[in-house]
Design a protein around this ligand. Structure first.
Ligand SMILES: [Mn+2]
Length: 323
């Protein structure tokens, strides 16, 4: 890896213009990593960097330093040829959406990632499937370049680490996670401030919306199944935006007996968007039957039925799967 780090440094030094890509529907890791790398390149290499994302940019992360530098990839000139394009936390090229073309057209391409499924689509591929987040990899790279990490950069790396480990609790949380967290706190990061900014800034109506949905949850099979419904009238009553549903299904999963939790959301007429979580049951066969996808314990699908019918169909399927 060391030689890849110095090759990357050489490429940055010789580049005139640089673009850094975050993945579509950006999360804390891809945004924090993008900002950290952009700021380091501008500070120490004195190069112009465009920081871009695709899809909806969550304002949740606007507490990050330099957040307003992010540009929607759709506003980037497609004819501009970059000397260097770097993708951070982008598991596959198509996750840059319309940015894929700009990435491909760049003179030199770099892929920095921690997804085990990443096939290595660039000229340099710095992939560490065991890293908790891309922020960890960047920290190692900056150290190998022998550069001091300013507090603002440390804060961005901290958000990468905090969000990708689910607040230091997912299985990717290792001794190295805490060593890095310790280093970042020594650089001036306040864990209290970052936690509050990241997790305790919901709008009041979002807290009330979530409580309302949770309180109307129906439990089945001795509490092993928890199904919550979100109708279009609930959405308009609370003026809920797309992000309002985030975290509800995880709340249902916190009930001791719950094995499978689901949120069913009425989208447009006759369509129901489903988000599923489980503790031990493999959800993939269920969602595949409904045309969806995902991971073993976290998956989703859209059922082309009105919410009441979708609810019954999915419940029957989950119940038979649990028997
Ligand atoms: Mn990540």
């Amino acid at each position: 890896m060391e030689n890849l780090y110095s090759e990357l440094k050489n490429k940055i030094e010789s580049a005139e213009n640089i673009i850094i890509f975050s993945h579509v529907s950006p999360d804390g890791d891809t945004l924090g990593s993008n900002l950290a790398l952009s700021m380091m390149i501008e500070k120490y290499f004195n190069k112009k960097v465009d920081s871009v994302y695709a899809g909806f940019l969550p304002s949740l992360y606007s507490y990050l330093p330099n957040f307003d530098r992010f540009q929607d990839v759709q506003n980037i000139d497609k004819n501009k040829k970059y000397d260097l394009a770097i993708a951070v936390d982008v598991a596959s090229k198509d996750r840059m959406v319309s940015g894929t073309f700009i990435f491909d057209e760049a003179k030199f391409k770099v892929n920095i990632d921690h997804h085990k499924t990443n096939i290595g689509y660039a000229d340099i591929n710095i992939i560490d499937g065991n890293a908790a987040c891309v922020g960890v990899i960047l920290y190692t790279i900056f150290k190998s370049w022998d550069l001091e990490i300013p507090k603002d950069v440390a804060r961005c790396i901290y958000t990468s680490l905090l969000t990708d480990t689910g607040g230091f609790k997912y299985e990717n949380t290792t001794p190295e996670t805490f060593i890095l967290a310790s280093e970042l706190v020594k650089l001036g990061v306040s864990p209290t401030f970052e936690f509050r900014a990241c997790y305790e800034t919901k709008p009041q109506s979002m807290v009330q919306f979530q409580a309302y949905i949770v309180s109307n949850t129906i439990f089945y099979n001795d509490g092993k199944i928890a199904f919550a419904k979100i109708t279009r009238s609930d959405i308009s009553k609370f003026n809920a935006t797309d992000d309002y549903t985030e975290g509800i299904v995880e709340t249902l999963r916190t009930s001791k007996n719950v094995e499978v939790a689901a949120i069913l959301k009425e989208t447009k007429e006759g369509f129901t968007k489903v988000s599923l979580r489980s503790k031990t049951l493999d959800l993939t066969p269920i969602v595949i039957d409904f045309g969806g996808g995902g991971h073993t314990f976290a998956a989703g699908c859209t059922i082309k039925k009105p919410i009441a019918i979708a609810f019954e169909k999915l419940l029957n399927r989950v119940q038979s799967e649990l028997e």
